[in-house]
Every structure is written in structure tokens, then in C-alpha cells.
Write a protein that binds this ligand. Structure first.
Ligand SMILES: [Zn+2]
Length: 573
């Protein structure tokens, strides 16, 4: 296989404590090796002088595949008219779509930005076969999917019955059956409430038909994730997302970590796209940012992690979520297009196109929340850069977010275009902090690898790591990153070079080779006796609840283009 040696680059590798040092990096057989192991005469020599070298980017939350993504494409032809790029043989298939790109464009754009692994964060179990079909069709990157369990009737029955072991075993079985990587909870219990009563519910409200609250679901699922020893613990989209005043629910949900028994050193709950659940005030007219309060709680609570869900004013978005009741509300605010569906006994979804406007009061408040949370957080290892693509904006705008985080001037210049009335109500204009390139490497790759439990082989450039590498054409010794932020945007938008599993796939910002990455999933080991009883129970429940048979539900390994199984030793006996 290809041997590569990267010389003279300024390396940012936070998992190994490397902060902008000139270090040579060797690549052989898809792994990082000591440069002395490289046969220089045979190797591709890359001179990275005056360039930044980082591990490949890792996106922990981006809606790139599955039934709702595809419906998003179907209901938005206008998203595709102006963005079509015809195929360019031999490397590239046609690219189309801005907020909901086609599968090819998703892979190419991530690779062009130096990203090498992306997590699709919300797949309803019964529709996960579709999710994998689409993940199979996305080139360039490695991927994984999180499985929705927030309103799953079998899980709710077990939670209500207090059957903790069986619940853990069921969720472990479910992850393997769907080839998922982690458990996702969206607006827990709300899809049951939506179906029965046509509305969502808050953390401590009773779920119709059950003697349970959303709090019980988060706690029980959190405990199950500990027992299963999942590499990424529970991924939570809080109740009341999108409603004024919801920051209080988010703070309470973050506080739930103390009620979950920890069986590992890692944080217990991940609160996702916190911007959408960071609203203070009791109506849209007096909305304020809850960013400061959330950052304060994050700083005080080491057992929780957050991604931003940054919104991008001036850009169209397609909101899509399993939080169907919220999309119903959003549709009535926008009155344009709306798609909704109920997913058997598991979940639901809604899709509504949206545009974040620069002069809009609410959209300006939303813009400040993500940035406030990031800039007021003391621990960059528990913060992750996302736009909740395509909900807050398209993932191709990450370089803009990087500039806002690294440059006060970038923020000030942009603020001139926003609602001044809104800005007077936030603390962002007074924040001077500017993140460093090291911080950016943390929140876009090193911490992301750690959050997903992949830090041994991903998100770093130490010996033995997967050779996923991004080289950016920017020299922090010559460019004032704080002032010349346009150069930062340009560098991160189009990587000088992206290396995926040891092969050069992007040169000078363009795709030069198409590869298909792997799909990573977990297989929790379940004790045989427990598994037998469990299969009996699941089989009976399937007959009672589902429209399809159990055999048709289970996704085979052969259905994944390149599956990688992560075997887990659980605490189940
Ligand atoms: Zn999301």
C-alpha cells in the first residue's frame, strides 16, 4: 500500500499534546508509523512547510442519511436547481443540493473540508435499513448511526416494569440488530404524547398510557448504556426543544447525570444541539439567550458534554427531527412546507424548510447561544462543533463557525448585519475570548474521537492511529488568525490535502480519488441465558406491536458495504 511522508508541517494533535510543532509524520498500510519505517525512495513526499496538519475531522452529529433526510430532498426541489455540479469522470459523480445534498456531495464536501468520520444521529430502528443503504452510498468518509429509543414501546414497557437488566439487554440487542453505534433519545416520551394527545411534554410530565415521565426514560436509558459499556453514552435531544424558556429543561436534564450510576470514567450524558434548547424568556418577543447559564452548568458538571447546533443566519436550512410535535409548531410559524410521519411503535419525525434571517430578532439570539456556550466553556474537551446539519445550517459552513470562534473581529463584523436589539440582550458582544488552532483541533477531532470512544485509533496522529489526516494551507506564524479570518475560512473550507486511511483523496481542495469508508457499529456481548429469554420476549412483542416480522427487522452484516464491528464486554451477568 501507499507510503507517505509528511514533512515540516505544523502539527496540531491534542490527544498527544502536540500544539503546532514541526513534526514529520509517516503513513504506511493505512496507519500512522514512525517516519524511520518509511522507504523514502518509494514514498510520496509531501512538503507541508507553512501548513497546518491535523487528524481528520470527526463530526459527531450531522443528519446525512435515512428516511427523513431523503424526504427532505424530495420536498425541496428548490434546494437542488442552482447547486448541480455534473459528474467529472473518473473520480466524481454529480453533486446536487445545498441544505440536503445528495449522498455523493455529502462525502465529497466532508472530504474537501478534511473530515473523515461522520455520525448520523437519529435513525428509527425499523427504518435503519434505509439509513444503511444511504450510508453505503456516501463516499469518502467513515460513518456510524445512532438508534432512536425515546418512545419505543418495548423499551417503555421494560422501563415501566423496572426490568433494568432486560432493558439493557434489549437495547444492546437492538443496537446490534440495526447495526447502530449508540442510543439516541429525542424529546423522550413525546412521540407517544404526540400520537395520543397531539402535543409534546416536559421532563416531569406524565407520558399518556404509561406511568412514566421523560426523566424516567433518560435515567433508565442512561443506566442501560453504562451496563452495556457503550463507547458513546446516551445522546440526548432535550424535551421542549424550540420553545421559549426551554433552557430550564436543559439545565434539569444536565443535572440528571447525578442520578445515573457511573460504571466508567466517561461523561454520562451528551446534550445535543444545545442552541435549540438554550432559550430564556417566556415568548418569542422577549426571547433571550440561556447560553451563559448552560455554560455555567457545563463548567460545574464534568459528567455532561454538549454540541453547539450553531445556526448560520443568511443561509437556508431544512429542519428535520424525530421531534414531530416541534415541527408541527414550526410549520405553523412558517406556513410553507411540512412533512410529518409516525414510525410504528418507535418514533416519529417532521421536516420543515426554514431560513435564518440576519435582521431577525429570534434568529440573532439563536446565533449568539451556540457561540456563547463555546466561548464561556472552560473545558474544550466537552464541547463539539456542529450545526446539527441541516437544522442550524449546512455543514459546509463549519469554517465560518471556526472563524467566529477564533476571531472577535469576525464576530463583530458579522454582528453589524444582525438585529442590534437582540444583541443588546446577549453577553456575546462583551466576550473577548478567541479560540486557538489547538482548541479547534480539540472540538472538531480530538474530543470528538474521545466522545465516541474511538480515541485509541481516531482523532490523533500517534503511532498506530488510522491514517486520517487533514492538511490546511494556512501558516499561523504569518497570518494573524484573529484579524485575517477570511484566510481561516478559506483554509478550512478546502483542505490542501486530505488523507483517508492512508490514501490521498483530496489535493488542493479537489477530490482526486473516490473511496468508500466503513460503517462502525457495536455488538454488546449478552449472556446466553438472558439472550434466549430476551428473544422469546422480543418475538412476542413483535407480533403484538410491529407490522413486520422479527426476521425482516434484523439487518445483516452483509447489508453494510464495509461494516466494522466493535465487540463490547458488558456488565450483564
Ligand atoms: Zn440533530
Amino acid at each position: 500500500m501507499t507510503q507517505i511522508i509528511i514533512r515540516n508541517g505544523l502539527v496540531y494533535d491534542p490527544l498527544n499534546g502536540v500544539n503546532g510543532e514541526e513534526i514529520d509524520i509517516g503513513v504506511k498500510d493505512g496507519r500512522i508509523v514512525d517516519p524511520s519505517e518509511i522507504n523514502v525512495a518509494e514514498a510520496i513526499n509531501i512538503d507541508a512547510k507553512g501548513k497546518v496538519v491535523m487528524p481528520g475531522g470527526i463530526d459527531i452529529h450531522s443528519h446525512i442519511a435515512g428516511p427523513k433526510v431523503n424526504v427532505g430532498r424530495l420536498i425541496r426541489p428548490e434546494d437542488h436547481y442552482l447547486t448541480n455540479i455534473p459528474h467529472r469522470l473518473p473520480y466524481k459523480r454529480a453533486e446536487t443540493g445545498l441544505t440536503v445534498p445528495n449522498t455523493f456531495k455529502i462525502g465529497y464536501e466532508y472530504a474537501r473540508m478534511g473530515y473523515t468520520l461522520v455520525a448520523e444521529p437519529a435513525s428509527p430502528p425499523i427504518k435503519t435499513r434505509h439509513t444503511h443503504e444511504e450510508l453505503n452510498a456516501i463516499p469518502m468518509i467513515d460513518k456510524m448511526t445512532f438508534i432512536l429509543v425515546d418512545s419505543n414501546w418495548i423499551a417503555l414497557d421494560l422501563i415501566q416494569g423496572g426490568e433494568k437488566e432486560v432493558l439493557a439487554a434489549y437495547l444492546g440487542w437492538l443496537l446490534y440488530a440495526t447495526k447502530g453505534y449508540a442510543l439516541k433519545i429525542v424529546d423522550p416520551g413525546s412521540d407517544v404524547a404526540w400520537m395520543m394527545k397531539g402535543k409534546g411534554i416536559d421532563l416531569d410530565e406524565q407520558i399518556p398510557g404509561y406511568n412514566l415521565t421523560p426523566r424516567d426514560i433518560i435515567k433508565a436509558t442512561g443506566e442501560a448504556a453504562q451496563v452495556l459499556n457503550l463507547p458513546h453514552k446516551v445522546h440526548v435531544h432535550c424535551n421542549r426543544l424550540g420553545y421559549p424558556g426551554n433552557y430550564a429543561t436543559t439545565l434539569k436534564t444536565m443535572g440528571l447525570t447525578k442520578d445515573i450510576t457511573k460504571l466508567s470514567e466517561k461523561p454520562v450524558l451528551h446534550i445535543t444541539h444545545v442552541q435549540f434548547t438554550g432559550y430564556k424568556g417566556d415568548s418569542w418577543t422577549n426571547l433571550e439567550s440561556g447560553g451563559e447559564d448552560i455554560a455555567k452548568e457545563l463548567n460545574a458538571n464534568p459528567n455532561v458534554t454538549l454540541d453547539l447546533g450553531q445556526v448560520i443566519p443568511g443561509r437556508p436550512a431544512t429542519t428535520m427531527t424525530a421531534d414531530a410535535p416541534f415541527e408541527y409548531v414550526l410549520y405553523h410559524l412558517t406556513r410553507w412546507k411540512w412533512s410529518t410521519s409516525d414510525v410504528e411503535v418507535e418514533s416519529a419525525s417532521g421536516i420543515v424548510p426554514y431560513r435564518y434571517r440576519k435582521k431577525n430578532y429570534v434568529n440573532t439570539i439563536q446565533w449568539t447561544i451556540g457561540l456563547e456556550v463555546a466561548l464561556l466553556s472552560r473545558d474544550m474537551w466537552r464541547i463539539y462543533l456542529t450545526t446539527d446539519h441541516p437544522n442550524g445550517g449546512p455543514f459546509i459552513d463549519y469554517p465560518k463557525v471556526i472563524a467566529w470562534l477564533m476571531s472577535k473581529k469576525a464576530r463583530e463584523d458579522f454582528m453589524r448585519e444582525l438585529s442590534q436589539r437582540a444583541l443588546r440582550k446577549t453577553s456575546l458582544p462583551a466576550i473577548d475570548r478567541e479560540l486557538s488552532l489547538y482548541d479547534i483541533a480539540v472540538i472538531t477531532r480530538a474530543a470528538s474521537a474521545k466522545l465516541l470512544g474511538l480515541e485509541k485509533t481516531r482523532g490523533h496522529l500517534g503511532l498506530g492511529a488510522e491514517a486520517d489526516i487533514a492538511i490546511y494551507d494556512i501558516d499561523p506564524r504569518r497570518v494573524d488568525l484573529s484579524k485575517q479570518y477570511d484566510k481561516v475560512i478559506r483554509a478550512f473550507r478546502r483542505a490542501y490535502m486530505t488523507i483517508k486511511s492512508g490514501e490521498i483523496v483530496v489535493r488542493n481542495g479537489e477530490i482526486v480519488r473516490t473511496t468508500y469508508g466503513r460503517t462502525i457499529y457495536v455488538k454488546p456481548e449478552l449472556p446466553i441465558d438472558l439472550l434466549k429469554d430476551l428473544e422469546k420476549m422480543i418475538s412476542a412483542k413483535f407480533k403484538q406491536y410491529y407490522s413486520i416480522s422479527l426476521n425482516n427487522f434484523i439487518i445483516g452484516e452483509h447489508e453494510l458495504k464495509k461494516g466494522v464491528e466493535v465487540a463490547l464486554k458488558t456488565h450483564l451477568r
